[in-house]
Design a protein around this ligand. Sequence first.
Ligand SMILES: [Zn+2]
Length: 245
Amino acid sequence: MTPNVLEKALRDVVIANRILAHEGVVDAYGHVSVRHPLDPTRYLLSRSRAPELVERGDIVEFDLEGKSVGGDTRAPYLERFIHGAIYEARPDVQAVVHAHAEAVLPFTISATPLRPVVHMASFIGARIPVWDIRDNFGDTNLLVVNMAQGRDLARGLGGERVALMRGHGFVAAGRSLPEAIRIGVYMPVNARVLLDALRLGEVTALSRGEIEAHASMKPDDPAMWRAWEYWAVRAGCGDLLSART
Ligand SMILES: [Zn+2]
């Protein structure tokens, strides 16, 4: 039974990569991980590879410090520290997405806050902090390349679902992999709608009550599965889907 749980998690990470690529959330860069289903001090993440190309054999097990378990010597993502630092700080988080989606970037560099404005994006939460690596690390290449930077980002995220990264992208933390993917997919959608609406004039965002009403959906809700299955099939990996139990 136990190996099946791990095997499913490995397949799900492949599906998650393909979905994010197919939905245009990531390109050659960006990544997604899931916490190890049997060991909360580890997580599963691809080796350094474009998400669209990720296969089962590319998934590597890391400890929370970003060291590969089992001596895998293939090149890892430079920014893998994002994942371990968030899992370390947030026991409730089971999956993490990091992406540079273009539609979100204006909100990482302007004073206009990104707010959820459409109901499908209520999952991103009422408060979306903007983390600036320069605050504590000065001039860098903006990448999160060590645990100190990863932990600083995790502090910036706090207890929220999403944090923007100034001039860089965003990070999304989900209670399940389908939930993290849902947040990742709807982040750019919501940003595009908000940008369009701002051109028209005053904008009405979701209220805190509206956000909470929708965000109370359980991470294993059938509606969550429906989107996961749909996106997986669209991304060409319906054969990797496990029967829902
Ligand atoms: Zn990045």
